[in-house]
Ligand binder design. Structure first.
Ligand SMILES: Cc1cc2nc3c(=O)[nH]c(=O)nc-3n(C[C@H](O)[C@H](O)[C@H](O)COP(=O)(O)OP(=O)(O)OC[C@H]3O[C@@H](n4cnc5c(N)ncnc54)[C@H](O)[C@@H]3O)c2cc1C
Ligand SMILES: Cc1cnn(-c2ccc(OCc3ccccc3)c(C(=O)O)c2)c1-c1ccc(Cl)c(F)c1
Length: 432
């Protein structure tokens, strides 16, 4: 019909979910001249404080930065971020060992979760509808039903629906009823809890430009710096273990055993109080395909692929979804009937690869990564890379500091493992 030829000017794109990926997507479509309506179930976050239980700070790396750059948002986010150029590995005896990420400029950037949603408002053609919760939508007519704060139901139509409503997506529910839709969901036995490490005499309690890691096999903790000179510490531990720690004294005993250096920095009283502020949160891994439904609807971000946070790539992968979709919109000049299936064909293998890599990291770290092993592994990676920079690129480097497609990085990593095996073994035989 001739309206598919009409310019994007008078087409309406409904972005369901105003989180990190929804907000960025709104910018991408608005920049193209579409009329964008964002529907977000939560109240306007300018009123609401920190969302309960959500990770409040995140590691932004290369893929995410490239996506932000495309819509001119990189500078504002980067200016409010703190660069982390190395990991700081905390051993049980309190020794701190820095391991640089690699070359200069290879930094991961601390990003505050609350920064992006309102960036979408910079475009006049974008309307943010808060307190609009999607209840259902029809795959025949594309009509969406929203529940508003006043309890009224509102029916909305759009030329394209972009499902960015997170790991428990209501948009994806309709996909589950389509034949040939593949879906898997796995909860891991670990939970996470966030603790705040306050500044000491107005200064960071630890070195700020590092991603602090306490690898203790089953128990892991990380600390990311915040602009207000606090650190947000995230403790990862099996739910069974969380259930064993029920009193303040047991918390201190546990930290004394595994993270002794953090007790004076978090403060024993704050530790006893904050530890019980919220229950440990669950972590789920969701994989599905296809990501689209005819020329009507497409899933992006956690709605398409929720990953466990052991690679710090969930948001980066979701942001890269927006960038890849935009590249395909250019290639197929915004023809949704061609863009959507091509997006599924290109993006599913990569998002499934990072979901697998994140789960692999979780299993690796949970089973045998303590500080010695962490240091050894990274030392080997960095040394091999120094000796043969074009032959061996550490997997973490490919994932975090390049836009090598996630599934290509995995293929290359398997190939490198063979090469490394061969080098080690052949030199062993020579030595014998
Ligand atoms: C502990 C932890 C640490 C993490 N650390 C990192 C990190 O360091 N780096 C990184 O890249 N990623 C990290 N992540 C992953 C990152 O948080 C997610 O990948 C990212 O938030 C996904 O963004 P999204 O917009 O797709 O989904 P969400 O951020 O979940 O946003 C979904 C939005 O949709 C709204 N919504 C939901 N249902 C409806 C509905 N029915 N109607 C309307 N609106 C709805 C929600 O209110 C929400 O605002 C971490 C995750 C966790 C849990
Ligand atoms: C938020 C964020 C950003 N990046 N990373 C990350 C993840 C894994 C890493 O190595 C895995 C490994 C080290 C040694 C041996 C095998 C695997 C490294 C690294 O190489 O520095 C960095 C995280 C993160 C997230 C959760 C936990 Cl629990 C954690 F520790 C870190």
């Amino acid at each position: 019909t001739n309206d598919s030829k009409s310019t994007s000017k008078n087409k309406v794109v409904a972005v369901v979910g105003g989180g990190l990926v929804g907000a960025l997507n709104a910018c991408y479509f608005a920049k193209r001249g579409f009329q964008v309506e964002v529907f977000e179930s939560r109240e306007d976050i300018r009123e609401a404080k920190i969302v309960k239980g959500r990770s409040i700070n995140l590691a932004l790396s290369h893929r995410g930065r490239q996506a932000l750059k495309q819509v001119g948002m990189e500078d504002t986010i980067v200016s409010k971020g703190i660069p982390m150029h190395s990991r700081m590995i905390h051993s049980l005896n309190g020794t701190q060992s820095p391991i640089p990420y690699g070359k200069k400029g290879q930094v991961t950037l601390l990003m505050q979760r609350l920064d992006t949603p309102h960036s979408a408002e910079t475009y006049s053609t974008t309307k943010l509808n808060f307190a609009h919760k999607l209840l259902n939508w029809s795959t025949e007519t594309g009509a969406m039903t929203f529940l508003r704060a006043d309890g009224a139901k509102e029916e909305i139509q759009a030329d394209l629906i972009v499902g960015c409503d997170g790991a428990f997506s209501a948009i994806r529910k309709q996909f589950l009823r389509q034949s040939r839709f593949n879906f898997s969901q796995t909860y891991i036995p670990h939970g996470y809890l966030e603790l705040t490490m306050p500044p000491i005499n107005g200064e960071f309690a630890m070195k700020p430009n590092y991603l602090h890691i306490w690898p203790r096999n089953t128990f892991m903790m990380i600390a990311l710096p915040n602009l207000d000179k606090t650190f947000t510490c995230t403790l990862f531990m099996p739910f069974d273990e969380f259930e064993n720690v029920t009193t303040g004294d047991q918390v201190i005993e546990f930290f004394q055993k595994y993270f002794p250096d953090t007790i004076p920095l978090i403060g024993a009283d704050a530790l006893k109080r904050d530890y019980f502020r919220l229950p440990a949160q669950a972590m789920v891994s969701v994989k599905c395909s296809p990501y689209h439904l005819s020329d009507k609807c497409v899933l992006m971000g956690d709605a398409a692929h929720a990953v466990v946070p052991f690679y710090g790539q969930g948001m980066n992968a979701g942001f890269e979804d927006c960038l890849v979709f935009n590249e395909i919109m250019d290639q197929l000049n915004e023809d949704f009937s061609a863009v959507l299936p091509e997006y599924t064909r290109v993006r599913v293998p990569d998002d499934h690869a990072i979901a697998d890599l994140a789960m692999y990291n979780y299993v690796e770290m949970r089973s045998h990564v303590n500080s010695k092993w962490f240091l050894f592994r990274k030392y080997v990676d960095n040394t091999l890379h120094m000796i043969m920079p074009r032959t061996v690129i550490p997997l973490y480097t490919m994932v975090t500091f390049t836009r090598i497609r996630y599934h290509e990085a995995v293929k290359r990593w398997h190939w490198q493992d063979k090469v490394r095996h061969y080098i080690v073994h052949s030199s062993l035989y020579k030595g014998l």
